[in-house]
Ligand binder design. Structure first.
Ligand code: HEC
Length: 161
């Protein structure tokens, strides 16, 4: 009897700990998360924490880009066209190639950006969620990866990052 009570208590406490842990990582954009885990995490790592010398973290700057229209377009262009050229994120340098994901649908790009900005970035100002029509408009003028890089310089400068 006594053993059973102890076991029950352990189970209940265990379940509570598990539930708390799970709610701390609520995902609002599960579709975006599955695209991210399948296509982006190989370089940017799970949760977008980045990897020195390979790919930048995505847990702070994207949330800042998302509050300006140039910054939002920059996020979309980076995913649909890729980016090439040296960049800095919080004083750390990266210089590798972000591949193009032009084959993702407008919905998938909107969803993966929503996951990055709203699930991975603690701060995103007053940014509104991305939708497919916003992404569609960004496809209008194809850019090469160097042009995307040049625009990033302007966006980062404009935001004072
Ligand atoms: C092969 C590795 C690789 C994969 C896969 C990859 N990225 Fe990247 N990503 C990079 C690199 C490298 C950079 C920086 C490029 C540079 O130095 O110009 C970057 C940059 C970015 C940036 C710009 C960050 C900034 O501060 O300007 C965003 C946003 C981004 N990636 C999102 C994604 C998303 C979303 C996916 C999945 C759909 C993805 N990446 C897949 C390597 C990768």
């Amino acid at each position: 009897m006594k053993t059973a009570t102890v076991l029950m208590t352990a189970l209940v406490v265990g379940a509570m700990v598990f539930a708390t842990g799970a709610s701390a990582q609520t995902v609002h954009y599960p579709g975006g998360k599955s695209t991210f885990d399948g296509k982006c995490a190989v370089c940017h790592q799970a949760g977008g924490k980045g990897m020195d010398g390979l790919a930048p973290p995505l847990v702070e700057y994207p949330g800042k880009y998302a509050s300006s229209s140039d910054g939002r377009a920059q996020l979309g262009h980076t995913v649909m066209y890729g980016m090439f050229g040296p960049i800095k994120v919080k004083e750390k340098s990266y210089n590798f190639k972000m591949p193009s994901f032009a084959s993702l649908s407008d919905e998938e790009i909107a969803d993966v950006l929503n996951y990055v900005v709203f699930d991975l970035n603690a701060q995103h100002g007053s940014a509104k969620p991305f939708d497919a029509s916003e992404v569609k408009a960004w496809r209008a003028g194809p850019l090469d990866q160097t042009a995307v890089h040049q625009r990033r310089e302007a966006v980062v400068k404009g935001l004072g990052l």
